[in-house]
Every structure is written in structure tokens, then in C-alpha cells.
Ligand binder design. Structure first.
Ligand SMILES: [Zn+2]
Length: 337
């Protein structure tokens, strides 16, 4: 078992003058006779140190021992700074402590009426106030003013503070003024559109969907043997719903798809489905040279076939789907496909 003590210089000294960790080690060696061996000193924050020792006679005797520190300016040693070694107090236990931010008081209609004290009193109904309401001043290069207040509360009443918190204030003249404060804190319940109700933390439905997607992903990685590669007609295909990976290139003609195949790991699949050709059909009002067009299409098809041939040789199933049987894919002004 060990004992924890606190040596706190922050109350006696300005932050700039508190001793550093290595100085505290020396101070302890000089000030405390019988300092137990095997101790550990940990700086908790500047000026505040924790001393951990073994729980034995020497360890127990440390309580209330003096640590004397002389500041560099005190050459004659006339103003010793004396700090006592105190037992570390157990932290108070809170039910649900929260740092809470109150926003936009000025636009709530309460500006000029409501004070921080009033707000502190108002929030008492939600729990035990640990630190009262105070303004947060943010003044930096980029932020020049922010209407923000902060306080700390232990929400031990089992009720939450709503995001839009209605408040009624009685002015000095005895008038009642109503307004809404925007209040936020970590894990505050919110209205979830997915569940259509208020809850805090992660949305259970979202978690469920996420897990389902993970399962699908895993199943797909295990069982997928098919790749479907094609133009934007595949854009809306939900590849989570089918056991195939879908590659869709908007506006791709046959040649583009042939090129795209080089960038996919086609060799990992057993079946290759190619879906293209719609973008090779000229638009209604395009001026078309029919011979040129067919030459172009033929070149692209040849290109595709060359790219597919090794896969056929290696035993993969290749399917080339025909262009969908819709009027706009069959007729153009100048050409009939
Ligand atoms: Zn939800």
C-alpha cells in the first residue's frame, strides 16, 4: 500500500515563482529529515505536486511536515516560504458532473435583466452547482467577442437541461421577462430524427445500421466473385444489396470502360460483367458521320475485347450486356442502331 501526499505551492506563490519538479526534489531532501526512500514525486500542475510513499512508519510521519523554500531574490533568507505536506483528499464523488455552456444570452430577450447569479440560482433545480455561472471571455486574433457563459454542475436530479431552456426572470421593477437560453453539454440528449425521439449518446438505430453494414462488408469480402463495371447507369446500384462489386464511370463510352478495367483488380473475380455502350449513341441533334461513328464504335469494341481476352483464357466468365432496350437508345436523328 502507498500513501499520497500533496505539496501545494500555488496558494503561497504566484504561478511564475512556483518551484519546478527537480527543485521540489531538492527541497524535500533538505527540509524533511527521514524522507522515506523509494518515494515518487509527480507534478499534477505547475506548483502542485503529489508525493507517493510506502505506507510505513516513515511514510506516515510525513503528514504536516514543513517544506521550506527560499525564493531566488531572498538571498539573506529572510522570507522563507513554508508549505506543509498534506494528505491527499479523496476526490468527492459526483453522480453526473458536467461542464455546461450557456450561449447567446444577449439574443434571448433577457439581456440587461439576467445576471450570472440569477442563472446560477435558476440552474440549481437541475443539480448541485459545483462552479457558478461565469462569463467566458474569448479574445484572440480571430475571435473578438463571444456571448458565452460556463458553469459546472452535478446533474444529480436525474433530469437533463434542455438545449432550448426556457427561463423566466423577474426584473428589479418586478416585471416578468421570459426568454430561451441555448444550453449545451457533453452527452446532452438531443432530438434524434432517426428514432423520432429524444436521446443522448450514439443513436441505437445508427449503431445497428453500422453493425449491419460491417457484416455486409465482411460477407461481401468473403463471398463476392463478381465485378460489374460500366457507365453511369450503374450509379444508383446499391452494392451492399448485391453480392457484386460495382464500378461506375459517368459518361464512359466502351473504350473508357476498357481502359478502366486496367485499374480494377479484375483478376480477383470469377465473373466480369461489362455494362456500356449507351454513351456511344449520339444525341438527337448531333451532326453524325455514320461511317466515322461505326468505325469509332468498332475500334472501342476491339479494344474491349483485347482487354477481356486474357480473362476468358484464364477461365473467368465474361458477360457483356446489351444496351438497354429503350427508344432513346435505339434511335437518333441520323442513325438507327
Ligand atoms: Zn436515434
Amino acid at each position: 500500500m502507498t500513501l499520497d501526499y500533496i505539496i501545494d505551492f500555488t496558494m503561497a506563490l504566484a504561478q511564475k515563482q512556483v518551484p519546478k519538479l527537480n527543485e521540489v526534489q531538492t527541497l524535500l531532501n533538505c527540509s524533511v529529515t527521514d524522507l522515506p526512500r523509494g518515494n515518487i514525486i509527480i507534478q499534477q500542475r505547475p506548483g502542485m505536486f503529489m508525493l507517493r510513499v510506502f505506507d510505513n512508519e516513515k511514510g506516515k510521519a510525513l503528514e504536516n511536515k514543513k517544506v521550506t523554500h527560499f525564493l531566488p531574490g531572498d538571498k539573506l533568507g529572510k522570507n522563507p516560504i513554508v508549505v506543509y505536506i498534506r494528505k491527499k483528499q479523496a476526490r468527492p464523488r459526483y453522480v453526473n458532473p458536467k461542464y455546461i455552456t450557456v450561449w447567446d444570452t444577449s439574443s434571448s430577450g433577457l439581456a440587461g435583466y439576467v445576471t450570472n447569479e440569477m442563472l446560477t440560482n435558476f440552474f440549481k433545480k437541475y443539480g448541485t452547482i459545483l462552479e457558478p455561472v461565469q462569463d467566458v471571455n474569448v479574445l484572440s486574433e480571430n475571435v473578438w467577442a463571444l456571448d458565452k457563459k460556463k458553469f459546472r454542475i452535478d446533474l444529480d436530479q436525474q433530469i437533463h437541461i434542455p438545449r432550448k431552456c426556457p427561463i423566466e426572470v423577474i426584473t428589479k421593477a418586478g416585471e416578468k421577462v421570459n426568454g430561451d437560453l441555448r444550453v449545451t453539454y457533453k452527452d446532452q440528449p438531443y432530438f434524434c430524427r432517426r428514432c423520432v425521439k429524444e436521446h443522448g449518446g450514439d443513436c441505437p438505430k445508427w449503431m445497428e445500421d453500422k453493425q449491419r453494414l460491417e457484416e455486409i462488408k465482411e460477407q461481401k469480402a468473403r463471398e463476392t466473385e463478381t465485378i460489374i463495371i460500366g457507365d453511369s447507369n450503374l450509379k444508383r446500384v446499391n452494392s451492399n444489396a448485391i453480392l457484386a462489386d460495382v464500378v461506375s464511370s459517368s459518361g464512359a463510352k466502351i473504350g473508357h470502360i476498357a481502359n478502366q478495367m486496367k485499374f480494377e483488380s479484375i483478376e480477383n473475380y470469377k465473373n466480369i460483367v461489362v455494362f456500356c455502350g449507351v454513351n456511344n449513341i449520339p444525341a438527337m441533334h448531333d451532326a453524325i458521320d455514320s461511317d466515322k461513328l461505326w468505325n469509332q464504335v468498332q475500334t472501342e469494341i476491339t479494344h474491349l475485347e483485347i482487354n477481356l481476352k486474357p480473362h476468358v483464357t484464364e477461365g473467368r466468365n465474361v458477360m457483356i450486356t446489351p444496351v438497354p432496350n429503350a427508344p432513346h437508345t435505339k434511335f437518333s436523328k441520323n442513325i438507327l442502331i
